[in-house]
Design a protein around this ligand. Structure first.
Ligand SMILES: Cc1cc2nc3c(=O)[nH]c(=O)nc-3n(C[C@H](O)[C@H](O)[C@H](O)COP(=O)(O)OP(=O)(O)OC[C@H]3O[C@@H](n4cnc5c(N)ncnc54)[C@H](O)[C@@H]3O)c2cc1C
Length: 393
């Protein structure tokens, strides 16, 4: 009989470990346009997490830190958020999307080749979306043609998060243009140093360059880098897309909860003593607090259901819709309370989360949650069609 993990003991262990190991001054080191500082700090943090086993609780047993249950993974994410540890921004795709795809669908040779590199800090990017294929991903057009023991790839990818720092890419390509959309797609692993790849960072409204577009011109990728069979890449991509299992929201909602005090800080900066706030502002602060508390409870419940194998269709969509709206309202209220000072644009932190106290920056940044991982409209379609069984519009 397998022993139940002692979650409280793990919680205490992680809680004690964090303050001793979080890179000193990480917010300052990851701030502004100090990209080198961001990369260095993230690498230092990954090395510490890997050593302690906290970077890979979701990996298979044989890997260091691997084989933890979902509730244990939730505890680690919660404690990282509560301890205000840096997010794993640079390595999230590597540790989750790439690692889970390789572990579930990769060949033994691919696992041996790539997984140790992820533990050492290789950066992976997800090359799925294209200018004409986002919500309708299966309509992607990047073409791969077999030439001996290589695929020759031509096309364009977009919105590739941190693509300009990546060593490897999870790439979806079309290998059979005549088959039904999903049926003609193949999943490849692309070394970003291969000739023919042009990566161009995209500047966002915040001034950050978190995304890139990738132009592929006769890029030769070995057949040995194909994951699964030719034209069966759609199934592999579903594994990639479900790899983080809702843990991102556990962490983000916990960070938001831990940031509620920033609303009072904003009011103080805006020149109000907390007791001098007008009734309407007090009501707004209470309203956001209640909504964050409710969302936290909903995320907790969803994780319990997931761990028990009883996940409800639409769970993830409802939580993401709620988070996107609450985050935006939280940032908007912070701006209002701080007033003109909130419009300054300094000291923003790449990948720090969405609660940096630079309210204008956070507000603009929050809009990405209306789109990333499936837009609000797509989430509503999922809830209405699959959960409520309403007719398709
Ligand atoms: C923060 C962030 C990170 C991302 N990271 C990556 C990454 O690393 N790799 C990657 O490949 N991609 C990434 N993406 C891209 C993301 O997957 C797409 O932006 C998303 O799927 C939407 O696609 P689109 O931008 O092409 O918009 P479109 O699909 O063109 O949608 C445009 C509008 O039409 C609406 N719409 C579309 N279809 C429907 C429908 N059937 N019913 C109702 N409304 C509809 C949408 O809701 C939206 O408002 C990222 C995006 C964001 C915001």
């Amino acid at each position: 009989m397998s022993e139940e993990p002692d979650l409280e003991a793990l919680r205490r262990e992680v809680r004690e470990w964090i303050p001793k190991n979080v890179p000193a001054n990480w917010r300052e080191r990851q701030a502004g346009d100090n990209i080198e500082g961001f990369l260095e700090c993230q690498r230092e943090w990954l090395a510490k997490l890997v050593e302690a086993g906290y970077a890979t609780p979701h990996w298979e047993h044989e890997w260091p830190g691997g084989g933890r249950s979902l509730p244990e993974q939730v505890v680690i994410f919660e404690e990282m958020a509560r301890g205000d540890a840096p997010r794993m921004s640079l390595f999230f795709v590597s540790l989750y999307h790439a690692a889970m795809t390789l572990q579930e669908c990769g060949s033994q040779a691919q696992k041996e080749k790539y997984l140790p590199g992820i533990l050492r800090g290789d950066v992976w990017v997800q090359g799925f979306s294209e200018p004409g294929a986002g919500s309708d991903l299966a309509s992607l057009k990047t073409r791969a043609v077999l030439d001996g023991d290589h695929y020759v790839v031509n096309g364009q990818k977009i919105w590739s998060t941190l693509g300009h720092f990546a060593d490897h890419c999870l790439l979806l390509v079309r290998t059979d243009p005549d088959a039904k959309k999903q049926a003609g797609i193949t999943f490849l692993l692309m070394d970003m140093k291969t000739p023919g790849i042009d990566v161009r960072p995209i500047k966002q409204i915040t001034g950050d360059e978190e995304f890139a577009e990738m132009f592929l011109d006769n890029v030769r990728i070995p057949v040995a880098n194909r994951v699964g069979e030719e034209n069966k890449g759609w199934g592999v991509a579903q594994v990639t897309l479900s790899s983080e299992r809702g843990l991102t929201l556990v962490e983000l909602v916990e960070r938001l909860y831990g940031s509620l005090w920033r609303l009072l800080e904003a009011a103080t900066k805006g020149g109000f003593a907390a007791e001098a706030l007008d009734v309407e502002d007090r009501r707004r602060i209470v309203d956001i607090t209640a909504r964050v508390e409710a969302l936290r409870a909903m995320v907790g419940e969803a994780m319990v259901r997931k761990a028990a194998g009883n996940e409800q269709l639409g769970d993830a969509s409802i939580l993401k819709l709620a988070y996107a709206r609450i985050l935006r309202d939280f940032c908007e209220l912070g701006m209002k309370l701080e007033g003109i000072g909130s419009q300054r644009f300094e000291n923003f932190v790449l990948g720090a989360g969405y609660e940096t106290s630079n309210w204008m920056f956070d507000f603009m940044n929050s809009y990405q949650w209306n789109i990333a991982g499936g837009s609000n409209e797509i989430q509503r379609n999922i809830v209405s069609e699959r959960m409520l069984e309403l007719p398709r519009g």
